[in-house]
Design a protein around this ligand. Sequence first.
Ligand SMILES: [Fe+2]
Length: 387
Amino acid sequence: MQAFTFSTSQCIICEMGAASRLAEICQQQGMQSVLLITDQGIKQLGLHENALDSFNKTNIAVHVFSDVQADPPESVVLKAIELAKAANVDAIIGFGGGSSMDVAKITALLAHPKCKQQLADIYGINNARGERLPLIQVPTTAGTGSEVTQVAIVTSGETTKMGAVTPLFLPDIAVLDAELTMGLPPHVTAATGIDAMVHSIEAYTSKVKRNPISDLMAKESLRLMAGNIQTAVHHGSDKKAREAMLLAAMLAGQAFANSPVAAVHALAYPLGGHFHIPHGLSNSLVLPHVMRFNLVNAADLYAELAAIIFPDENFIGTTLDISTLLIENIEKLISELGLPSRLKEMDISADFLPTLAEDAMLQVRLLDNNPREVSYQDALAIYQAAY
Ligand SMILES: [Fe+2]
């Protein structure tokens, strides 16, 4: 067996309504002053109110930073760090989607009293040093899996994204409370759900660090998503479907945190960078086309997932037949979920495809994991197929 390492969060609390006892969880950890990091959308919806109210019965001081933006720029991260230091908090809570959790990860690290590093020092793999403040992550979407990953992404220039990767970003506690996801609108549920599905598919077919635990997580997450993704999108108040999707997204996160994602994400990132297309939707737009490109090397593995993702489909024939039918079913699913399926629907000019392909080729860290080598011409052909 090939040697491997598998890391994940120390403690996972999966419980409907758990956010309303967040203070109790903090108390058990001996925290005295916490900074909750979230965004304006959550603040306006009041999604964090039950969590904040729970602190009224305790002596724990709570500070709130609610200025996180999607694709958070460095300035936002620095403000959160400044607030954590000024308030002298002893713990950080990320409360929101991937962006809030990513800002929380970096704040927990750089606001630690002993930290001597600057933000730019920690970009790259394993460049963060020392300790971080205790960290709790509370996801409010079922998609990114950021509560169990070692990555934080920051927008460092106009469109440039920088990533920091370190085991220090794995939180002490991940709190999965599906009640927080009940009000997510259908298009967000659909796009984030497809993102989670891509995490599992890419983890299962990853070339470099694929391992048996990630395989298990990927398969179980896809089993949970089957049927529940449609229910969560079309019947958002269905608790069982919401719980299944939140757990599935976390399992997918555990899978790809240890068996990393590949060309779907590499080709999706330039769509986010140039056109601010949400991450899940960017993935969805290129997913079937990258899978078709990968068939020559990944058909056997895709075929293993087919009946898990679509248990009602009759998959027969060779692994190539099965995986081709799988891709057709994924295309049908994307359209049933109400997501656009063509790049031209996103106001992207055909002349821009070469720029997208050039940018995708810069995602070397991701392309290296792909089951089939991707050249510039291949990337361009995939974008053209998706157009
Ligand atoms: Fe993703």
